[in-house]
Design a protein around this ligand. Structure first.
Ligand code: ADP
Ligand code: MG
Ligand code: MG
Length: 247
């Protein structure tokens, strides 16, 4: 479903990704782990098409399409979702307005009918309640004044509403207490664990993987994948640290 081949990318003229190859088949969750500064967030941004992240070599195909040839909004409409490590605040735009416009613009570009106001509110209410979030919070400006944990929950509500084919989730577990971690883990499983979907789960810590069991675990180090394994690799990393694992 997602095929990354020899991907190299620069940020501010500095090489950050150094030849990543990775294949995520439909139906699978792959975890990317690695120390700070290894390029995990950069990989997420490159896949989403963030300006300033310059691909210098390699290719990415998504569902058979050349992902890197698409504009960011086309990638989203094709079903790619990026959950941010640091969700942005957007003063002046309510979450409900933002999500309804995002969803309907994606539906338009796929040739699907737009949701009416009533249909959208029903969907938003349902998805918010599944994540244990009061829909009233979504009437507020996007993420403004939310705690770290609330922002991460709100991202999962967004994901539930957008219902993407493929999600890249960047440190979705950071800043979560135990209950929120469980809710977010269950949300990822409910929304994304499906034979026709896939997930790249970027995480520092093993603990989210107690709730979302990955099919494969990859270690990203200095911009390249240096080890891959099954779920047990995450436990080994937790026990022994990255220095040992990449030696
Ligand atoms: P991770 O998410 O694994 O902690 P990042 O992808 O955020 O790592 O960063 C990888 C490297 O790229 C780091 O050395 C970081 O300092 C550098 N980097 C990231 N963004 C920028 C930027 N906008 N300008 C310059 N260097 C950057
Ligand atoms: Mg390589
Ligand atoms: Mg990061």
């Amino acid at each position: 479903m997602l095929e990354i081949s020899n991907l190299r990318a620069n940020v501010a003229d500095k090489p950050i990704l150094n030849g990543i190859s990775l294949s995520v088949p439909a139906g699978e969750v792959h975890a990317i782990m690695g120390p700070n500064g290894s390029g995990k967030s950069t990989l997420g941004y490159v896949l989403a098409g963030r300006p300033g992240y310059e691909v210098t070599d390699g290719s990415v195909t998504f569902d058979g399409q050349d992902l890197l040839a698409l504009e960011p909004f086309e990638r989203a409409a094709a079903g790619l979702f990026l959950g941010f490590q640091y969700p942005v605040e957007i003063p002046g735009v309510s979450s409900l307005q933002f999500l309804r416009e995002s969803l309907n613009s994606q539906r338009r570009s796929r040739g699907e009918p737009e949701l009416s106001g009533g249909e959208f509110i029903k969907l938003a209410r349902e998805q918010a309640s599944l994540l244990g979030m009061d829909v009233e919070m979504l009437k507020r400006p996007v993420n403004v004044g939310f705690s770290g944990g609330e922002k991460k929950r709100a991202e999962m509500v967004q994901m539930g509403i957008m219902n993407p084919k493929f999600a890249v989730l960047d440190e979705t577990d950071s800043g979560l207490d135990i209950d929120a971690l469980r809710a977010v883990g269950a949300g990822i499983n409910r929304i994304m664990r499906s034979p026709d979907k896939g997930v790249l789960l970027i995480t520092h810590y093993q603990r989210l993987l107690d709730y979302v069991t990955p099919d494969r675990v990859h270690v990203l180090y200095r911009g390249d994948i240096v080890r891959s394994g099954g779920p047990e690799l995450a436990l080994e990393l937790e026990r022994e640290g990255y220095a040992e694992a990449v030696a």
